[in-house]
Write a protein that binds this ligand. Sequence first.
Ligand code: GUN
Length: 285
Amino acid sequence: MAKIMDGSELAKKIRSRLKVEVEKYIETHEKKPHLAVILVGNDPASETYVKFKEKACHQVGMNSTIIKLDDNVSEEDLISEIQKLNTNPDIHGILLQLPIPKHLDSEKIINLIDSNKDVDGFANENVAKLSKNQDALVPCTPLGIIRLLEEYNIMTEGQHCVILGRSQIVGKPMAQLMLQKNSTVTICHSRTKNIEEIAKQADILIAAVGKPHMVNRHFVKKGAVVIDVGVSRVNGKILGDVDFNDVEDIASYITPMPGGTGPMTIACLLENTIKCYKNLVIKND
Ligand code: GUN
């Protein structure tokens, strides 16, 4: 039976460590790390995620501000909000909750966020740095998965990591991070042929496609490590990309859903905000 990679537990451990770190910073610099989250419109899932992020900030003693904008906000007004946050010395991290309404050019807007405050690591400068193995702000979900692999001492060097999904948020940065960890990396996507056969070659299988329970036992090699990133709502239930019950007796390690990669994403968002704070506040003191 697979061992569970408990993301809730590790996230709790990380939050306790960050709380102590934040207290120390407040004492010496008299300023709390402060995350600003921009939420455009009223998508219920996004509203829930943003509330989780705010709660996590408060748990570790950080400030958080949610800026709620109407779903028909003009691009000009959204850009003006971002510029205010960029120049505000009391704001250290800026997150634009995705997706944003179609009339707004998300690529353009993400790139207007000051790259030193880009806690999602989605802006071009951070994407380029990550791909060149330079110190970067790294997208939170892939970073959280690396933290989980490290916590459970999963060997990555020389291991075949198969990533299902080529998104800018998970698949691509995940591939970069696993290359840095000396894995052999394959990315599969919607046009990949024989996806099942390729997945079955993985020592580490990371599913990030958003297709509920797509990964069943036929995708998994005996002893593989299986990481589930998918979050889909089906008839009021939240399902991952991995059919946990079908796979758990084949995998060596597996993330649960919920309680796997989700809480780790938020823990890494806190880490990234503190990283921005350190660069912006401590370096200038
Ligand atoms: N929507 C879904 N995942 C994410 C994420 O990691 N960051 C942001 N900003 N929006 C998201």
